[in-house]
Ligand binder design. Structure first.
Ligand code: GAP
Length: 560
């Protein structure tokens, strides 16, 4: 499946629209249409139900070290600015970006890639902001234009190596003189010494238009209240997790939860991504589904493995195929400064080059970093210890709340700072992965019995926006009245669609395209014996049941 086909279907059938489309759209923002809103709601509800409401705290689930409790929270998007100073987002949550002086476009430094090419005695680096085959094609096209070549002269271009990111440029491509990008000097900022004079920027026609990489904080700023100055500056949350950490004590004090337990939250997060791209995959406003699971330090490695495996299985159970879904443990040098283990659950999205995977969810062992930071002040690593970061005078650089965020176990009489396992998923990325996986084409008989191309979404019934459609075969002979009765019986139980317009074959196809698992048709036999046909979206099998049994039949099949 080509990504463009899915994007077109999403727009045509009302799953997703560009935000503010009538004004030309706004990059990095998306609106869910009537079907999309149902689909995403089903993703969220499946997550909330499976992780929180249906969780049985009396018995250990399969693979869990012990029984545990799960509760929920819904925190505000704007929080005290000190939250982000202690969490590290204020100092560390940034990307490096380069600007193009010619096109006025901004790119993420590590996403600009390109190839060296020599022609007519000149050697240049042709950059692209796309990777894979598309990037190769784009750089070829740009080089042809730059050197003023016609199609038949393509052999005049002598390419060296394959696509490489600007940030990764190493020998033998040292001509760009990138020095010391990894080494961090005392200020905590990497230094760059880059000579971009031979680089043709992704959207430039002349050489040397890219600026040196600069730091760019990803948090979106706002100014609550009437005064607009530094002291009133606040941020839209870049993750939902911090709301959970700062409420840890409130939850412990106001409920009877005992460690181990988890707090779940679903909500919007905002990041000023430099290059939002790939449909909803990287947006500036998106929704997260996060759990912070608090446990004793001694058992935390077992809980980490439990959550990693359980979250991977959740995607498989809802229909993502094993060969396109993988669980990847981070290498030691990929881990954040606080993490003792992180695994990503990744999906082979169709917009990625073959063999590449994109992150759906991260499961991280965060140790006691967050609770300690919010109690003591922002922590930094010193050797193998985490210590409060201090300024030149030895004072904490970002002061914590000063509140005691430790936990007292009244059975063992032990006081400790819990360790945290964090499964952090994106609702929009999960929705996109389910859509990509569901997109199918096959051949099926049309209304005249002739095999024609059929497009259908093989969505898991729990996720399908509409669970069943009800049709009268024709709009006469009392069939619409019976069909409406069935519709009225089903509607209070799940989303059902009634349709009597156009040929029944076309109505089936329209429902296939939006992933409706079952279609119920009232025909002339219904008027004689009260039976209707039920048609299965995936197998196209049809069978008859009595109209009064439709509800039970569908309930059984939707639960299966
Ligand atoms: N609290 C940890 C955390 O926020 P993250 O890996 O930065 O970790 C977690 O984000 C998940 O949120 C990602 O796996 C992804 O599904 C989703 N996500 C992050 N940035 C996103 C963006 N710009 N657009 C859409 N989803 C995003």
């Amino acid at each position: 499946m080509e990504m463009e086909q899915l994007v077109a279907l999403c727009r045509r059938r009302g799953f997703l629209f560009q935000s503010s489309e009538i004004y030309g759209g706004l990059q990095g923002f998306w609106d869910y249409g009537p079907l999309g809103v149902e689909l995403k709601r089903n993703v969220r509800e499946a997550w909330w139900r499976d992780m929180v409401t249906a969780h049985n705290e009396l018995e250990p689930p399969p693979g869990a070290p012990s029984a545990f409790e799960m509760v929920g929270l819904d925190c505000s998007i704007i929080m005290h600015p000190q939250v982000w100073k202690c969490s590290g987002h204020y100092d560390l949550f940034h990307d490096f970006m380069v600007d193009c002086r010619e096109s006025n476009k901004r790119y993420r430094y590590d996403q600009v890639c390109g190839r060296w090419v020599e022609c007519k005695g000149q050697r240049i680096f042709v950059a692209s902001d796309l990777g894979g085959d598309e990037g190769i094609e784009l750089t070829r096209h740009k080089a042809m234009k730059f050197f003023n070549l016609r199609g038949k002269d393509a052999d005049a271009l002598a390419w060296e190596g394959t696509l490489v990111s600007l940030a990764e440029l190493e020998e033998p491509y040292v001509e760009l003189k990138i020095i010391d990008t990894k080494e961090k000097p005392a200020s905590g900022k990497p230094s760059f010494l880059v000579d971009f004079s031979q680089v043709l920027g992704p959207d430039a026609k002349t050489l040397g238009t890219l600026t040196e990489p600069r730091e760019f904080n990803l948090m979106l700023e706002t100014y609550p209240g009437p005064v607009r100055d530094e002291s009133s500056k606040a941020f839209l949350r870049p993750e939902t997790a911090q709301g959970i950490f700062v409420n840890f004590k409130n939850v412990c004090d106001s409920t009877r939860v005992r460690i181990p337990f988890g707090i779940a939250q679903i909500g919007k997060s905002f990041r000023n991504e430099i290059t939002p791209r790939n449909f909803t995959f990287r947006s500036r406003e998106f929704e997260q589904m996060e759990i912070e699971f608090f446990c004793h330090p001694d058992t935390s490695p077992e809980w980490y493995r439990y959550w990693r495996d359980r979250r991977y299985q959740w995607y498989l159970d809802l229909g993502l195929a094993g060969e396109r879904l993988r669980l990847r443990d981070h290498e030691k040098d990929e881990l954040s400064h606080y993490s003792r283990g992180t695994a990503d659950i990744e999906y082979a999205f169709p917009f990625l080059p073959t063999g590449e995977f994109g992150e759906l969810e991260g499961v991280a062992h965060r140790g006691d970093f967050d609770l300690r930071s919010h109690a003591e002040g922002k922590l930094v690593r010193q050797g193998d210890k985490l210590v409060v970061e201090t300024d030149a005078e030895g004072k904490p650089r970002h002061r914590g709340s000063g509140k005691d965020l430790s936990y007292f176990d009244d059975q063992t009489k032990e006081r400790f700072i819990p360790h945290v396992i964090e499964p952090s998923a994106g609702a929009d990325r999960a929705t996109l992965a389910f859509l990509c996986e569901a997109y199918r084409e096959d051949e099926a008989p049309d209304e005249h019995g002739k095999p024609t191309k059929r497009l259908f979404l093989k969505l898991h019934p729990r996720l399908a926006p509409i669970k069943a459609a009800v049709f009268p075969l024709v709009k006469k002979d009392g069939m619409p009245e019976v069909a409406r009765e069935i519709y009225k019986t089903l509607k209070p139980h799940f989303p059902v669609f009634y349709d009597e317009k156009s040929a029944v074959g076309r109505r089936y196809r329209r429902q296939d395209e939006v992933g409706t698992p079952f279609c119920i048709t009232v025909d002339s036999q219904t008027l004689q014996d009260g039976t209707v046909t039920i048609r299965d979206r995936d197998t196209l099998r049809q069978w008859r049941v009595h109209k009064d049994e439709c509800l039970d039949e569908l309930k059984t099949r939707l639960m299966a």
